[in-house]
Design a protein. Structure first.
Length: 924
């Protein structure tokens, strides 16, 4: 093994320039990964195939601009060089993540080769050689080594569209193909493959250029790196993530992630020219405006850029509104893009067109329309398609892109479900063969090894309580009295880790999925059904393995002691919430001695749960709210017949309290044993600025609310509930809770070593520490926590590779992203299926005003838990709008205040959106 010194220049956190030198190890045993090679050792590694005509080595530009082509099933046997992977990671993290998925997919022949650590492919950077030229040369050297190494066994082809690089490679004896030449090879067999090729960044269709010239539309040129650096040092520019407004296509905000201008945490970007081609999620540089140029947030709904620009030119952009509350915010303009967040987008073509150029309309209304040039425009009409953005030129109102996939006919329920899953990056692939091979065989029975060192508690009276139709039962409960008269509550959780071994193919697949996704009509599971609905599920009258927390609690709700054990259990009953509530109600009507053991347990658990709940809210836990609905179907379960707000019972509260308690005591235990890397969950404390929408509404309704702490906020919300309950308007209190929920950030998984102990706090639960332990069938976070807890009780060891805070935080970041995506997909599915219920008819319903805008209102329908926009007629605005008092007068003269009751007509309009869009009209 050789050691070299490798130097590079980097900027320090203080902004200084430093030269860094690291030892660079070179090896001669890194395998080529071809099964045809007889000289390399290929033990336990993913290999290329035997059958391909050639192996492809793409350069970085091909990977960055033509990944849709590489991801297609047509392209196989690809060698991704370390040089290419590193450069891609530095330039576009989302593309890098897509490459990692290809490398991890056992069914795709994509492999990585560490060319910078192989003694025959490592090269030193030459004096005055640019980094781009150095990387190109590194790629050519590796391609030449592969060509020589495999000799006549297999052709090796460098894939590049860089003419200079191609010429050099050919001169060095490397076979080269351009992207166009590769596509031509496959085009006769796969006629649509050319659709996957990204638009050339130096060319555009003549028709598209002519269309843009007619518009005479030009964005500002992006600043160069030296201009940005100077402005950063002068505190005139900040870096952050652009977040587009869901209501106004000409507005967005940038969350400041830099070290400068900390007082300006959020910068308002108003106007299409100031947004300057930024797309939601892009990391951008923003020039800060002086205070006299600050803007007020828009009070208008603007959903179409072309329409908004036309209104501006016609003089309709400024509504005739009397607004007594004008608050200006720190404002700025985007002057450069640091990192694009472009992804494949689902949507449809805008309108029928006789030409090859048309506009694609994404379903995500935060994303601009995309120009596409395709000879198949007529074939793609009335279809849901997936489009990638290739570029966005200064002289083009919209970005340009290409079609990469057809999903199906617009409006079809299966097609629209594909859309929402694709939009939220939900993994829908079948479980890989390697993962399924980790499952127990049919006829499996517990082995003595699996039962050894376990506590057998099958004699305990324990049972589960879940929603109707639940087959993946994670948890069960038991309760006993100890010799001192204290309650010993058993929280028994499915022992998933007994079936999912650390670093197995099944474990890696579960980690990638991270969570089970629950849609209105189906679920997409984290674990195969063999485990989730069978061997791990705590089914009634079946022996199962569990991880149990035995929590001793006195009559005042104080936790005296907690014990943990791997157990063998047998559930006596699998209740639904409604069934458990019926049992509980009947038990209350009986004498204690007449109650069955299950009824007595339910009564005791309910008593303890009430005590715990009361203490929690007294300590500042929040009763938050968000619309949650349930569907009713016909006897066959195929057609939705009704939708209603979910009924929350006492038994829901019972289960909730003990799951929360178990999560808290487990968090305390693992944080003690793993102080630097325990996987925990926190809910950041919001600052008062975040509560501004809530405070504004409270002031308008003459209601006192204290947001100085979660305890004061909780007490305020309780008083508000009491006030409106007396006025027979308790839903108004619910609207306050919904507003409160939306003022906060989401709870997050994190590594204990990444923040101070004060920041472990879970604001919503008023708990100093928290984690997730109780749902390992459906959450991968719980699997990690189970492994940590198992280690603390000496049952198993925790892997050394995860004993660092950095490693756990990396997992936490992935879990957070997957959790958010699953939540979005669930909401989108509910909306999709609700639209089916209203299709073909117009209904009149009572709603509540939830937000006031100058040209419309946002309405919540209490009966359905739905939220929708009521727009005033085109180019019409409120004749009076007082934002401070949260009151407006509609163009027809109706006065509306925040949270007022209104009557609206609702219908589904398939013209606005092929999947159907809920359209509301105010009945005045």
């Amino acid at each position: 093994m050789n050691v070299r010194g490798k130097s590079f220049i980097k900027r320090t956190r203080k902004g200084n320039i430093a030269k860094v030198t690291k030892e660079h190890y070179l090896r001669d045993d890194i395998p080529c990964l071809s099964p045809l090679c007889t000289t390399c050792s290929h033990r336990d590694v993913k290999l290329l195939s035997n059958s391909a005509d050639f192996y492809l080595i793409p350069d970085t530009n091909v990977v960055l601009h033509q990944l849709d082509l590489l991801e297609s099933e047509v392209v196989t046997d690809v060698i991704l060089l370390q040089t290419v992977l590193q450069e891609t990671r530095n330039r576009n993290i989302s593309i890098y993540e897509r490459l990692k998925r290809l490398l991890n997919d056992q069914d795709r022949s994509f492999v990585s080769f560490a060319n910078e650590h192989h003694k025959d492919t490592f090269i030193e950077r030459q004096k005055d050689e640019t980094s781009n030229d150095y990387n190109d040369r590194s790629i050519r050297v590796a391609a030449r080594w592969y060509t020589t190494h495999l000799n006549t066994t297999k052709r090796v082809v460098l894939l590049t569209s860089d003419k200079k690089n191609a010429k050099s490679a050919t001169g060095e004896g490397v076979e080269v193909l351009s992207v166009d030449e590769l596509v031509t090879l496959y085009e006769s067999k796969y006629p649509h493959i050319r659709e996957l090729v990204a638009v050339d960044t130096t060319m555009d269709s003549t028709e598209a250029q002519e269309d843009d010239r007619k518009r005479k539309f030009v964005y500002e040129e992006y600043w160069n790196s030296q201009q940005i650096e100077n402005a950063l040092n002068a505190n005139r520019v900040v870096e952050g993530v652009f977040q587009a407004s869901p209501y106004n296509c000409m507005e967005g905000r940038v969350s400041n992630s830099g070290k400068t201008q900390q007082s300006l945490k959020v910068i308002l970007i108003s106007g299409i020219k100031n947004i300057n081609r930024a797309i939601d999620g892009d990391v951008v540089f923003v020039e800060l405006f002086p205070e006299e140029m600050w803007c007020s947030p828009s009070i208008e709904v603007k959903e179409d850029i072309e329409e908004a620009i036309e209104e501006t030119e016609a003089g309709h952009s400024v509504p005739k509104v009397t607004n007594t509350y004008i608050r200006k915010e720190p404002s700025g303009r985007v002057i450069a893009i640091k990192r694009r967040n472009w992804r494949p987008y689902c949507g449809s073509l805008q309108a029928k067109s006789s030409s090859y150029l048309t506009l694609f309309v994404p379903v995500d209304r935060r994303i601009p329309k995309i120009k596409i040039y395709s000879k198949r425009v007529s074939d793609l009409l009335d279809k849901r398609i997936v489009v990638s953005i290739d570029k966005w030129e200064r002289n083009s109102m919209f970005p340009s892109g290409h079609v990469i996939e057809e999903l199906g006919i617009e409006g079809d329920i299966e097609t629209e479900t594909k859309v929402l899953l694709h939009e939220n990056s939900i993994i829908t692939r079948a479980f890989p063969k390697a993962a399924l091979e980790c499952l127990p065989n049919d006829g499996f029975q517990f082995t003595p090894d699996m039962l050894r060192n376990r506590k057998d508690v099958q004699s305990l009276c324990l049972f589960s309580i879940d929603p109707p139709g639940c087959t993946d039962i994670d948890d069960a409960l038991s309760i006993q009295l100890d010799e001192n008269g204290n309650f010993v509550v058993g929280v028994h959780i499915a022992d998933v880790t007994s079936f999912v071994s650390q670093d197995s193919a099944l474990d890696k697949e579960a980690a990638d999925r991270s969570t089970t996704v629950y849609l209105a009509d189906r679920r997409i599971e984290m674990l195969p059904p063999r485990l989730s609905s069978d061997l791990c599920s705590l089914k009634e009258n079946e022996t199962r393995l569990a991880f149990s927390a035995f929590i001793t609690i006195d009559s005042s709700g104080n936790v005296l002691h907690s014990d943990f054990a791997r157990t063998i259990i047998r559930s006596r009953k699998a209740f639904t919430y409604a069934e458990a509530q019926d049992y509980l109600n009947r038990a209350r009507e009986k004498e204690t001695k007449e109650c069955t053991e299950i009824e007595q347990s339910l009564l005791q658990l309910m008593t303890v749960a009430h005590t715990l709940r009361k203490r929690r809210f007294e300590n500042g836990a929040l009763r938050l709210s968000s619309p949650e609905i349930r569907f009713e179907t016909d006897l066959e379960g195929d057609e939705i017949t009704n939708v209603s707000v979910y009924e929350f019972r006492e038994t829901n509260e019972l289960v909730e309290e003990f799951m929360l308690l178990a999560n808290v005591v487990v968090a305390q235990r693992i944080a003690k044993s793993f102080p630097n890397c325990a996987l925990l969950r926190r809910h950041p404390t919001p600052n008062e600025e975040m509560f501004e929408p809530l405070l504004k509404i409270a002031a308008a309704l003459n209601v006192e609310i204290d947001v100085s702490s979660n305890k004061q906020l909780s007490h305020s919300l309780e008083k508000i509930h009491e006030k409106f309950e007396k006025e027979n308007d308790s839903f108004k209190a619910t609207l306050f809770r919904i507003t409160t929920t939306r003022c906060m950030t989401q709870a997050l998984y994190f590594s204990a070593g990444e923040v101070s102990q004060e920041e472990y706090f879970h604001y919503g639960l008023a708990s100093t520490i928290y984690t997730h332990f109780t749902s390992p069938i459906r959450r991968y976070a719980d699997i990690i926590v189970h492994r940590m807890l198992s280690s603390t009780i000496g049952y198993s060891s925790f892997p050394d590779s995860l004993l660092s805070s950095v490693a756990i935080q990396k997992i936490a970041d992935h879990l957070n992203a997957r959790h958010r995506a699953a939540q979005r997909a669930a909401r989108d599915s509910v909306a999709l299926h609700t639209l089916r219920l209203f299709r073909g008819e117009t209904r009149e319903e009572e709603g509540r005003v939830f937000r006031l805008l100058s040209n419309g209102i946002v309405v919540i329908l209490p009966r359905y838990g739905l939220e929708g926009l009521v727009r005033f007629e085109k180019n019409s605005s409120a004749s009076f709008f007082d934002e401070a008092k949260q009151v407006l007068i509609t163009p027809k003269g109706t006065e509306l205040k925040i949270f007022d009751k209104v009557r609206v007509s609702i219908q589904v309009d398939a013209q606005v959106n092929p999947a159907g869009q809920l359209v509301m009209h105010l009945i005045e």
